[in-house]
Design a protein around this ligand. Structure first.
Ligand code: ADP
Length: 635
């Protein structure tokens, strides 16, 4: 059947070679997934043909019944997966079975460690597809013919998965694709009838095309119900079936954490089945990464990755939407403008958020896992989706001063329930990391009064929290911003003290303001500090440290705003400052106070050299008569 005169030998793209190598080593204990991947591809090929045939019925010719056939030859150690779907042209074969088109693939593969156990998880997340055939086969032959092409334009692709493949033109009477696996010596079990049948039943029962299995020369027998899973009543679908179907559409080795399935009737009729995966795909943060649901219109497959049905911040949800009312020749562009789609997106968004809320309520441990994987993406919703802000806020999880070692587990509801007498706001702190957060001087007065503060350390937190100023009627406040007055709130604390001190230290405040005029907007006596000598406070609407970095990184102008310096007169250093006689010494102390406040919050100094020089001058003075210290300017 092979005409070798037109054979062409080509090398795999470097990424494919790398993937093949890694996959064979790391997915060894998951070898049977090759069958799911090949059946998925066959089913996709049938879906695509059915779709193209809507506008070009001739493509189906006289072969109207789309189906998938599995053939097993135990003696020869051969398995075949055959479909009469769309098939491939020679160019498509070279493109599809020789390269990986998805951008960022090289980066992804570069991150793999070579440790088979760890890489297995990552690779599964990548979605291995056709190439998984080489986990069990030492040679794979593909015979294919594009629907509508002549029998003479069949293509044979063949490879041992080592680095090259050959393509040649063959005569092929049937349309569609035949993938023939020559099993490795240690994988021959996959040609055994019983083993194969169990796997085929498991992987194909929910597929909307008939799947048959034939052993040797025997009769082909049907092994699935050929009814698309989402079209069946929920009560008749087992959890295992839901999980298998997820793995089929998501190419994920792992089970999903949750799902929601609904057949909606009325003004807009549709069926939706959405899943919450148990881990993030490798390209969750890449702009062009595929996302969205698989779109069907009345059971006919239309599009993969229809992103119009869910907002960007729910891009980790996978699933299927089957609409009754869309036109069969709908395109991505048309979807974007369709009012129907808009309304469905609103409903699906709510449904997906409900799924998350249910999981959080019924299985907090599973939700914690989801939060760890997708929390940062979900947070984007605070900025993106005004209508659902409150719902999203309820799903947030925080680290808190009340339970600092429990990780991100505290909800806004819990925090509100734990508000102390007189407390009107929920407080939070944005910092660069857990340690910096805990050590922040801004927490001192809260600690003293037993008021809970949420600790936010993700790089987008400042930005998202700008959009969440209130939860369930309670204001949310950044403890490092604006003036703070906790008089009457919580325990301890000498409320009247601040006023007296303000008067007492008026001159010192003025003198400090003069010394630091280029660095601060204001100096004031603090109502925040109980231990540290000073801290910096940004204005209510000024960009904080994170926001500055984002602005800088994206080439935008960073507003020239300065923080206020707050001092703690209870601290000996501040008292010492008050008694500093010479201007030079005062200035050194003032700048060190400012810089040290930056350091205490885990920030970097703009001019570390100047800080060190000042500090050294002050240290030297400790030893002797300040007046004779040679390094002090102006002395
Ligand atoms: P994926 O299915 O995730 O795109 P694969 O590596 O499994 O990745 O397949 C690559 C491409 O090869 C598919 O997108 C499809 O275009 C093509 N392909 C694979 N199997 C078939 C098949 N049985 N019939 C037609 N095209 C196929």
């Amino acid at each position: 059947m092979n005409d070798t005169s037109n054979a062409q030998t080509l090398g795999f793209q470097a990424e494919v070679r790398q993937l093949l190598h890694l996959m064979v080593h790391s997915l060894y204990s998951n070898r049977e997934i090759f069958l799911r991947e090949l059946i998925s591809n066959a089913s996709d090929a049938c879906d695509k043909l059915r779709f193209e045939a809507l506008s070009t019925p001739e493509l189906l010719a006289d072969d109207l019944d789309l189906a998938i056939r599995i053939e097993a030859d135990a003696d020869a150690g051969v398995v075949r997966v055959i479909d009469n779907g769309i098939g491939m042209s020679r160019e498509e074969v070279i493109e599809n079975l020789g390269t990986i088109a998805r951008s960022g693939t090289a980066d992804f593969l570069g991150r793999l460690s070579g440790d088979a156990r760890k890489d297995a998880k990552l690779i599964g997340q990548f979605g291995v597809g056709f190439y998984s055939a080489f986990i069990v086969a030492d040679r794979v032959d593909v015979y294919t013919r594009r629907a509508g092409a002549d029998a003479a334009d069949g293509v044979c692709w063949s490879s041992d998965g080592q680095g090259e493949f050959s393509v040649s033109r063959v005569e092929r009477a049937e349309r569609g694709t035949l993938v023939e696996l020559h099993l490795k010596e240690d994988a021959r079990e996959f040609a055994a009838a019983l083993r194969l049948e169990t796997l085929v039943r498991r992987y194909s029962d929910h597929i909307g095309f008939p799947v048959t299995l034939r052993e040797g020369d025997g009769e082909a027998r049907s092994v699935n119900s050929a009814q698309a899973l989402w079209t069946r009543p929920r009560s008749e679908i087992g959890d295992d079936e839901y999980r298998e179907f997820y793995q089929h559409i998501a190419h994920d080795v792992e089970a999903p954490l949750a799902w929601t399935h609904a057949q909606v009737e009325g003004k807009r009729e549709y069926t939706v089945l959405m899943y919450l995966p148990s881990r993030a795909p490798w390209d969750l943060y890449q702009r062009e990464a595929p996302r969205g649901l698989k779109l069907y219109v009345q059971r006919v497959f239309i599009l993969d990755d229809a992103e119009q049905f869910l907002p960007l911040y729910l891009r980790f949800i996978r699933g299927v939407i089957d609409c009754a009312d869309l036109s069969l020749n709908v395109s991505r562009e048309l979807l974007q403008q369709d009012a129907h789609v808009d309304a469905i997106r609103k409903a699906l968004t709510k449904r997906a958020l409900d799924m998350l809320a249910d999981l959080a309520k019924n299985d907090p441990e599973a939700y914690a896992k989801a939060w760890g994987e997708f929390g940062n993406v979900l947070k984007e919703g605070l900025a993106e989706d005004f209508a659902n802000r409150e719902r999203i806020a309820g799903l947030l999880r925080f680290t808190s001063t009340h339970d600092p070692d429990a990780g991100e587990t505290v909800t806004l509801d819990t925090c509100r329930e734990r508000m102390v007498e007189g407390q009107k706001s929920i407080y939070y702190l944005v910092a660069d990391g857990a340690d910096a957060a805990r050590a922040s001087p801004h927490l001192e007065v809260f600690r003293e009064r037993g008021i809970e503060v949420l600790l936010l350390t993700d790089r987008i937190d400042e930005w998202v929290m700008q959009h969440l100023t209130e939860y369930d009627g309670v204001a949310l406040k950044d403890v490092a911003r604006g003036e703070l007055d906790l008089s009457g709130v919580g325990g301890a604390g000498a409320d009247g003290l601040a006023e007296t001190r303000e008067k007492e230290y008026r001159d010192l405040v003025k003198r400090l303001k003069r010394a630091l005029r280029d660095r601060v907007s204001e100096v004031r006596v603090s109502r925040r500090l109980t231990e540290s000598p000073a801290c910096l406070v940004i204005g209510e609407h000024d960009p904080g440290e994170q926001m500055r970095r984002i602005l800088e990184a994206t080439g935008q102008e960073v507003p020239d705003t300065r923080p206020a310096l707050e001092i703690n007169p209870g601290h000996p250093l501040v008292r010492r400052l008050d008694s500093a006689a010479s201007d030079g010494r005062f200035e050194d102390l003032a700048h060190v106070l400012f810089d040290q406040a930056q350091l205490a919050e885990g920030r970097q100094l703009r001019d570390p050299g100047a800080f060190v020089a000042r500090l050294n001058r002050l240290l030297l003075e400790l030893d002797g008569d300040p007046a004779r210290s040679p390094a002090e300017p102006g002395a």
